[in-house]
Design a binder for this molecule. Structure first.
Ligand SMILES: [Zn+2]
Length: 268
């Protein structure tokens, strides 16, 4: 309980405020650091002094936090002049987000139930419940023929040409002892490989199996990711999930961006 009363107002030390609101001292300090809960005053000894208003504010922060709101959103609400409207927008967005998550979980539950049922009955997974990934892969095959296939073919041709030059130079070196053709060819080979990799990366994007976004992974993440011929284990730039993603033409990315004005789901 507050043990001092100044100007008819109850005041709290950090510890008292924490206790009154059922949080740790560290939490109060953290919210202060984050600019959410600056103390109303300081004692002569430099200790924080909080008022009843601050306690009400902290309870509000804790309530919003329990609804899953981010601290940045809470701060924007607390700092806003039109706080009621901002809060409404924030809650509406949170409502949408939770509803989408709920839907996703419900779908996962249905799939699990179907899989268990199928495993019990046949000892195998049912074909119709194999996740969306399969749909993406199937779609992929159709445009592999139309869009991505020329890219793969160009890469293959470029790769063979690079190999021929490289091997010829090495054979020349081994048989004649003259290393100069290899030394001359090496920088060109490195540049050629870099060009092929860049050209390839520019023409492809990935579909996130979690949020269904088409995205372009970060360069280093992409380069060092483990991959299969049609998928790559990359981090989705929209939802941040690292998973095996199907490779698609980057034209899809452009389509997605155009459509983004009307859809919130893919905005990061
Ligand atoms: Zn995602």
């Amino acid at each position: 309980m507050p043990d001092n009363a100044i100007d008819n107002y109850e005041t709290y030390s950090t510890g008292e405020l924490a206790k009154a609101c059922g949080v740790t001292v560290r939490t109060v300090q953290y919210y202060d650091e984050k600019g959410l809960l600056p103390p109303s005053d300081f004692t002569e000894g430099g200790r924080r002094v909080y008022t009843e208003d601050d306690a009400a504010k902290l309870r509000k922060v804790l309530l919003l936090k329990s609804l899953g709101l981010k601290l940045a959103d809470i701060r924007s609400f607390l700092e806003s002049e039109a706080s009621t409207r901002v809060l409404r927008d924030i809650l509406e967005a949170q409502d949408e987000k939770l509803a989408a998550e709920l839907e996703e979980r419900a779908l996962a539950l249905r799939r699990i139930a179907a899989m268990i049922e199928s495993l019990d009955a046949t000892g195998e997974l049912p074909a119709e419940t194999i996740p969306d990934m399969e749909d993406v892969m199937r779609e992929r095959l159709t445009w592999r023929e139309s869009e991505l296939y020329p890219i793969y073919r160009a890469m293959l041709v470029a790769g063979i040409l690079i190999d021929v030059v490289e091997i010829a130079a090495i054979v020349w070196w081994a048989t004649t002892g003259d290393w100069r053709p290899f030394a001359i060819a090496l920088p060109f080979i490195v540049v050629a490989i870099a060009c092929v990799v860049c050209a390839y990366r520019k023409r492809i994007a990935y579909v996130c199996p979690h949020c269904r976004c088409v995205f372009e992974p970060k360069a280093l993440n992409w380069f060092f990711a483990t991959h299969s011929p049609t998928t790559r284990k990359v981090t989705c730039t929209a939802c941040g999930t690292k998973s095996w993603c199907a490779e698609v033409s980057s034209e899809r990315l452009a389509d997605e961006r155009e459509g983004n004005d009307n859809r919130r789901s893919c905005a990061s």
